[in-house]
Design a protein around this ligand. Sequence first.
Ligand SMILES: NC(=O)c1ccc[n+]([C@@H]2O[C@H](COP(=O)([O-])OP(=O)(O)OC[C@H]3O[C@@H](n4cnc5c(N)ncnc54)[C@H](OP(=O)(O)O)[C@@H]3O)[C@@H](O)[C@H]2O)c1
Length: 269
Amino acid sequence: MRFKDKIAIVTGSSQGIGKATAIALAKQGAKVVINGRNADKLAKVEGHIKTITPNVLSIVGDVSDKVVAKNLIDEAVAHFGKLDILINNVGISMRGDVADLAPRVYETVFKANVMGKIYPTINALPHLRRSQGSVVFISSLAGIRGLPTLSAYSSSKMALRAITESIRIEEKQNKVHVGLVYVAVTKIEKNKVALASDGSEVVLKDRSERNVQSTEQVASSILKNISARKYVTVLSALGKINYYMQRAAPWLVERIILANLSKFKDQSE
Ligand SMILES: NC(=O)c1ccc[n+]([C@@H]2O[C@H](COP(=O)([O-])OP(=O)(O)OC[C@H]3O[C@@H](n4cnc5c(N)ncnc54)[C@H](OP(=O)(O)O)[C@@H]3O)[C@@H](O)[C@H]2O)c1
């Protein structure tokens, strides 16, 4: 019961990594606030968490809307009386070379992946100062370096590095923990979508047969990041190698990517 009576918000928790993280927190004694735009999907997750704890609150809404994001934090604090943990999980990916991208791909990705994380954070920080709590940002291995066909996604995830570096220094005296979790390729739900180069949504290929991390493994690493009050957590062996190689020999990483370019070209991978 590492998180007994901690109040935790997980944005984008009606499926995937966010859902697994909310469930893991509930199992560890936390009171959880779950969020997503689709009320039916969120209600199913609430029903599941209620089999673990009665202390779950659903707040439907798009966190990339600043009014909705403020309301999420205000409602959570009004309901549970305080806030200890904010996990900024919402994120959308995309596929396509820069030359082929409809400009709205960048707009949509940055709105969700950057504004959808910074709006909840701005509103949560006064509460996290009081509780000396944690704010965690879910990034991706694509945030370690710019990857082909993933430029909008990579750059939105790289922005999280700068945001967290700033907050770490700004909030040091307030003892707010800031975490940045670089997630590797993970199992996905059947309906997970990404944006194609024309801005339309494509359902990503099934990964159930692939040897990639489960959402539960990722959730467990996120919880470890919080309980150890670590800054950076990089997931998977490949992720750790990539993280250090990008610093030591970026030219070599570029060569390896060039040699494997075809793997990046399938828009539904
Ligand atoms: N899966 C991977 O392989 C992988 C790898 C690296 C990093 N990541 C990162 O991990 C995070 C979660 O990924 P995932 O694969 O679990 O995603 P996912 O399956 O697409 O789930 C996204 C969740 O966020 C909600 N959501 C999306 N946009 C929202 C918004 N604007 N406001 C509120 N809720 C919103 C979705 O529900 P609604 O649609 O109902 O709103 C859903 O519950 C993302 O930041 C992603 O970039 C994932």
